[in-house]
Design a protein. Sequence first.
Length: 286
Amino acid sequence: MAATTSQHTPRFSLHFWRKVRNYAVLVLLALFFMVPFYAMVSTALKTEEQLFQIPPAWIPHPFAWENFIQVFKEVPFGRFILNSAFLVTVNVIGQVLATSLVAYGFSRFRFWGRDVLFVILLATLMIPKQVVLVPQFILFAKLGWVNTYLPLTVPAFMGSAFLIFMVRQYMMSIPLDLDEAAMIDGASRWQILWRIIFPISTPILVLVVIFTFVDVWNDFMGPLIYLNDPLKFTVSLGLSFFQGAKSTSWHLLMAAVMMAMIPPITLFLIAQKRLLGGIASAGIKG
């Protein structure tokens, strides 16, 4: 009995110290990557006099909480947030509808030329956005859509090739027996989509929502090109108001960036489990 205990003790000790080493490395890496975030928070809480103080003050004293209020006084930041929220809502609705419908067709229907069309869809992923930027602007300008939200919302209802690919991969992992059983019970294709495929595809659709939210919320190029009215600007464009040609209000800029980060981080924390499930199962079957 004593011999058995002595054999297990070194193994237990080795396993324990390996775990300690791994956790120590992870903690050090986490602290290293948190340095820029801490610098942002520290700058957001500094007064203008403390920004370039030598030696630098890593912990502001006193905390300038009024910087967050001053952001809304300097620019209509609340309006920018509402504009971005509107664009995010419309784009999420458009992407979920378009992506799920196209992916449903590619994954559940058998028709001539399906694979060829899918390859053409994937081929569009290799076209850089900069290549189609000028033709798109000319098209939207002739339609009279410049300085409106239409160029920033209508394309979402056409779907995204990358998101269609992910949703299609997920839907192909759903057994076709479910469709056949539902059709025997008299369900139509639309009923199968809304009552069977949609509920099962919730994890990947949550992934579509998060990707679309982050992409639209952080989009700078689109609003910069198509919007001229400052009252229609988004959060990403609004941040540029704090950067001047000769000087930058770093404390106000960092305070605005912190507030702009709250919605994406909140969404990620709420949907974290479904997000990881959607990523893990997106490529089960091809």
